[in-house]
Ligand binder design. Structure first.
Ligand code: AP5
Ligand code: MG
Length: 188
């Protein structure tokens, strides 16, 4: 199996690139943010709970997020691999993901971290917010808080995967095609 963690701050291009990688390598793309947003739209209990955190740019609690991710993975027993987008986001999530994959006799193959400077992240997200309707893209303070949460709670995961010799960094600046080519190069 090929299991990739596509990593990076809010607006780095994880969702954009995951859609391409998924087609190229026949992987299942699991974005925890997208799954939460689908639950918000469907007004499920999970969505109602998650919305309180997401609208402020805070992380949804680990236990519910992990449970949701595991149940998504279990929906695809015959998959040839996964691309995890927006998960894991805390050291605890990463540890639980490792345990879960080990129990399925598989593991993370590689973490690819997209590197994009903060000013570019803010301008991408503000401009997406004009059309997307994403509540957490509507205001600069919330975007800045998401980046702060990433720096405080999530960025440390690069060290977690580096310690396993699984980290690759990719420059996320350039056209979408240029970034995709860099990612294919790292995966191949
Ligand atoms: P999530 O949905 O994961 O959002 P995020 O990490 O904030 O990142 P985005 O989806 O905004 O950015 P992206 O990196 O996918 O970039 P994209 O391709 O869209 O999480 C949202 C919330 O859900 C979290 O805040 C949290 O509350 C909760 N959550 C999710 N997972 C969780 C977890 N594991 N634990 C706890 N809570 C969790 O691109 C951004 C924009 O830039 C787009 O408009 C795109 O068109 C544009 N763009 C892309 N590439 C380029 C390029 N090369 N050049 C110019 N523009 C580009
Ligand atoms: Mg995304």
């Amino acid at each position: 199996m090929l299991n990739i963690v596509l990593f990076g701050p809010p607006g780095a291009g994880k969702g954009t690139q995951a859609e391409r990688i998924k087609n190229q390598y026949s992987l299942i793309h699991l974005s925890t943010g997208d799954i939460f947003r689908a639950n918000i739209k469907g007004e499920t209990d999970l969505g109602i709970m998650a919305k309180n955190f997401m609208d402020k740019g805070e992380l949804v609690p680990d236990e519910v997020t992990i449970k949701m991710l595991e149940s998504e993975v279990n929906k695809y027993p015959d998959s040839s691999g996964f691309i995890f987008d927006g998960f894991p986001r805390t050291t605890y999530q990463a540890q639980k993901l490792d345990e879960f994959l080990t129990s399925k006799s598989t593991s993370i193959t590689k973490m690819i971290a997209l590197d994009v400077p903060e000013q570019e992240l803010i301008s991408r997200l503000l401009s997406r917010g004009k059309a997307s309707g994403r509540a957490d893209d509507q205001n600069k303070d919330i975007i800045v808080n998401r980046i702060k949460v990433y720096e405080n709670q999530t960025a440390v995961l690069a060290d977690y995967y580096r310690a396993q010799n699984k980290l690759s960094k990719v420059n996320g600046i350039g056209t979408v095609d240029e970034v995709t080519d860099r990612l294919y190069h790292v995966i191949d």
